[in-house]
Design a binder for this molecule. Sequence first.
Ligand code: ASP
Length: 323
Amino acid sequence: MTEKQKPVIVVHGGAGTWQLERSQPGLEGVKRAAKTGFDILKNGGIAVDGVMEAVAVMEDEGAFNAGYGSSLNIEKSVEMEASIMDGKTLQAGAAGLLRDIRNPVRLARIVMEKTDHVFVVGQGAEKLAKMFSLERRDPVTQLRLKYYEQQRKALLDGKSELPRLSSLIKSHPELFELETVGAVALDENGNLAAATSTGGFPLKLPGRIGDSPLIGCGTYADNQAGACSATGVGEIAIRLVLAKTVCDHMYDGKAAQEAVERAIRLVNSRISAAYNSMGLIAIDVRGRIGAAHNSPNMCWVYITPETKEPVASLTARIVKESL
Ligand code: ASP
């Protein structure tokens, strides 16, 4: 009989600047998510279930920019997206441009397991959700509308051009907190999985797709390498195919921590944008965990059989160096 692997889960609630008043709900939320996922793994459940349920908890919290807490685009509507990947089979699923699906990650799982496709968006995705009786919940709440007005005002006060968004974010980080959620897990059979879910960038253009639903960019898992979920400026993670880059480092034998730090150094050395906030979590095939970011904060948590309880923090290894 082959020896059982010790299950591990790592969860993030987004990289950026976590203001004090939002830190507590963030930390509590990631802990709840990690516990939910870890309980599944501890009881012999599969990694895909672990990451999906962990992400679904955070989509329901309202404290993160995903699911019920999704931020609004420039047209005051929500376009959520999510992805999931099974490292055992390399199967993956993603859904995007979702307006009122309660748990986008569940739809991503349906795309992965019930269709021949990897990525379904918009009306087609909504139809699929209906076919599988997924719950609906409208995230356009009074609170979101209030944030929208604040963000829009800050944007207009700067200059009414979107390219100014990055300098505005620098001066008003509190208005543009990126609280995408993600999870990576290793189950006791040695299978890895990753999932990521987001409302995307506040004030984004309608139809904009970020890294979170793109396999290889925001999410990747391969039993021969490791699993990774990214958070931060999606356009950067897309251009550097960041989650796959982290997995490639792990495939080459690097430990998860070394892999994520190397990828952040790559961001620092290759992306010259004023706002290049990025965060990564990972697990390698040996169950070692990795977490790094170049932003001031990343809300994250991990649980291993040794820790038993969630170990949560608003910072991991902050990487400012370049390659
Ligand atoms: N990566 C997400 C996006 O660009 C944002 C985030 O991580 O918070 O849509």
